[in-house]
Ligand binder design. Structure first.
Ligand SMILES: Nc1ncnc2c1ncn2[C@@H]1O[C@H](COP(=O)(O)OP(=O)(O)O)[C@@H](O)[C@H]1O
Ligand SMILES: [Mg+2]
Length: 243
């Protein structure tokens, strides 16, 4: 089986209060992520990219439809099973980093490793932090790091647990060009041994690194591009905006 993740017609709605209508954010999305693939997702702000990523990764529950990861329908797992499944299979780089404020950069990475593997390989933690150029600040807590540094800790934390599936929501949003390129290369190279990356980005150059690019618009897949150039991604996004 070449597919690591499949969504079947998923929807996600948020219920309003008595006076407001529910918001339908995802309106029936079917997609597949292949093993060893980098899939990137672009689309206008508010089109549902973050919601889609959270539903795909089991962080959020779908309203209807199903998400299957490595043969497991994750909607059928209870809370404990979902948490365990996520620990063993998935890492998520949050747009807002979500680091633990009381722990150093090193311990944020080490803790994630302990949760997913049961033990900590200190050399691997150091090497993950080194790969994002943070070796010299590994003993600082998030509050003592810049936004860009925190974002790189979040990326090191995800890479260090070595999941089959790595999700990243705007992983270069806080980074300068050089740090951004370095992170994108890490994510791109992460797929070499059959692991998969799903990345949401508004950076069209970053998106064009994907083996496949999905263009999201108003909660639906508006287009799909295979190994596109940057200008093809730009055209597709423009087309989504106009139509
Ligand atoms: N928990 C929520 N409750 C209500 N509406 C939400 C919630 N999360 C997201 N939305 C709405 O869903 C839409 C898409 O949000 P999001 O997935 O964050 O878009 P994107 O990441 O593409 O900018 C937005 O209109 C947002 O306000
Ligand atoms: Mg978003």
């Amino acid at each position: 089986m070449n597919t690591i993740l499949e969504t079947d017609n998923i929807t996600r709605s948020f219920s309003g209060d008595r006076r407001t209508e529910p918001t339908h954010v995802l309106k029936g999305i079917s997609l597949k992520v292949r093993k060893g693939e980098m899939l990137t997702i672009v689309g206008p702000s508010g089109s549902g990219k973050s919601t889609l990523l959270q539903c795909m990764s089991g962080l959020d529950a779908v309203t209807s439809g199903s998400v299957t990861i490595a043969g497991t329908a994750i909607g059928e797992l209870n809370l404990d099973q979902t948490a365990a499944f996520r620990r063993n299979n998935i890492a998520f780089v949050f747009q807002a980093y979500n680091l633990l404020p009381a722990f150093t950069a090193f311990d944020n990475v080490a803790l994630a490793m302990r949760m997913s593997r049961g033990s900590v390989d200190r050399a691997a933690v150091r090497s993950a932090l080194q790969s994002v150029d943070l070796a010299d600040v590994s003993d600082r807590r998030p509050g003592q790091l810049s936004g860009g540094q925190q974002q790189r800790v979040a990326i090191a934390r995800a890479l260090a647990t070595s999941p089959h599936l790595l999700f990243a929501d705007e992983p270069t949003g806080a980074l300068d060009t050089e740090a951004g390129s370095r992170v994108l290369k890490l994510l791109r190279d992460y797929t070499v041994d059959g692991k998969s990356v799903v990345m949401v980005t508004h950076d069209l150059e970053a998106a064009a690194l994907g083996d496949r690019v999905l263009v999201l618009r108003d909660g639906q897949i508006h287009g799909e591009l295979i190994s596109p150039s940057v200008s093809q991604v730009l055209d597709a996004v423009e087309h989504a905006r106009r139509s």
